[in-house]
Each structure stands twice: as structure tokens, then as C-alpha cells.
Design a protein around this ligand. Structure first.
Ligand code: FES
Length: 195
């Protein structure tokens, strides 16, 4: 099946998402870039403070925010989202530390624990890399892992986002999902793996 995500290679038949095509080049550039800034000593707990029941909206949307359904997710194409504040009709506090990465994956490949946190095959994790806090948003189809483009940490989303490569010291924090009607919603207070 042709992957329609290859926006840089329209018509080429490439099976790789565009993000993956550039990951090696960007890894080099970002390794240089992140080595020039002081490391952040502490990651905020904002990503863990989202109340249960909040719907989710595309982090790149600028207006007309629409809560997401499972069918809005393309298989194995990560999407960065924010929790949606229904009272204001806008994303709740657009700090990047609130950013969540959603990925829809085949349910039959998930461990039972991971499957229990999913909703219609959609998984949610904090998108903030536990290493030096870049956004984690690159799907590598050959290895079936989510990767951080800064220093190439890799996470196995089928099994609790465990680290399977790179310098990340811990898995991505998991955010349990549920369905609110037809929409994806946060199911419970997010947890760091192992808690
Ligand atoms: S910030 Fe270094 S691997 Fe993600």
C-alpha cells in the first residue's frame, strides 16, 4: 500500500513518511544545535496535569479547532495535538510542554497493557523527549518505532514507548485515551511509565 504521507516525494512511490526521509540529515544538524545551548535541567510536569475527559485538537491548527476522532489519524503517521478547552473553544495552554503525540497503530501488535491505554488503535504519549526535550514525532517505518530527530532516541510504542535506541533515559510518559462519543479524549491522569 502506498504511504500517502510522503509529501516530499509525490508520485515517487516511496513508502517512507517524509519525516523519516530527512531524519538522518536533521539528526546531524540538531545534534550541533542542541550542543550549543545549555541543557534544560528539569522538565515541567505540565504534560502530566491534563484532566481526564479533555478532547484533543491538532497542534498546528490556528482556528476552527476541531476535536479529533480516531478516523482523523492516518495509520502510523504521528500527529502532535493539544488538549482542548471546551469552555474557551481553544487549546488549553499552548505551552509546548503540553504537547501530545498521537499515533494510530494495529491493535493486534500492542501488548495488553498498551492496548488497554489505547482508543480504537490510537495511542497517546507526551511528545517531549526525556533526553533533552525535543518534540518526538518521527515514525520510522522500517523499525516500527517513534524517533526523536535530535539524537535519534527510539521508542517502541507497541510496548509502552520503551526506549529501544538512543540516549533517552526513560520511556515517553503514557497518556491513556478513551472515546467520548466519537471523539478521542484523555481517559485518566497521565502517568510516567512504571508508576
Ligand atoms: S532530545 Fe536527545 S534524543 Fe531526544
Amino acid at each position: 500500500m502506498k504511504n500517502q504521507d510522503c509529501s516530499k516525494h509525490a508520485g515517487c512511490g516511496c513508502l517512507k513518511p517524509a519525516d523519516e526521509v530527512d531524519v538522518n540529515r536533521r539528526r546531524v544538524l540538531n545534534t550541533v544545535a542542541t550542543s550549543l545551548v545549555a541543557p534544560i535541567p528539569f522538565v515541567s510536569s505540565e504534560a502530566f496535569a491534563q484532566p481526564a475527559g479533555m478532547l484533543l485538537v491538532d497542534a498546528d491548527a490556528e482556528e476552527n479547532f476541531k476535536p479529533l476522532r480516531p478516523s482523523d489519524l492516518v495509520l502510523a503517521k504521528p500527529l502532535l495535538v493539544f488538549p482542548f478547552d471546551a469552555q474557551t473553544g481553544a487549546p488549553k495552554n499552548e505551552s509546548r510542554l503540553n504537547k501530545i503525540v498521537l499515533v494510530r497503530l494495529p491493535e493486534d501488535r500492542m501488548t495488553p497493557e498498551t492496548l488497554a491505554r489505547s482508543a480504537s488503535g490510537v495511542l497517546a504519549y507526551s511528545s517531549i523527549c526525556p533526553h533533552q526535550f525535543c518534540d518526538v514525532k518521527t515514525w520510522m517505518s522500517k523499525e516500527n518505532v517513534l524517533a526523536c530527530y535530535c539524537h535519534a532516541s527510539k521508542f517502541n510504542l507497541f510496548d509502552g514507548a520503551k526506549v529501544v535506541g538512543g540516549p533517552a533515559p526513560s520511556p515517553l510518559p503514557a497518556i491513556p485515551l478513551k472515546l467520548e462519543g466519537e471523539f478521542l479524549a484523555i481517559a485518566a491522569t497521565p502517568q510516567r511509565q512504571g508508576e
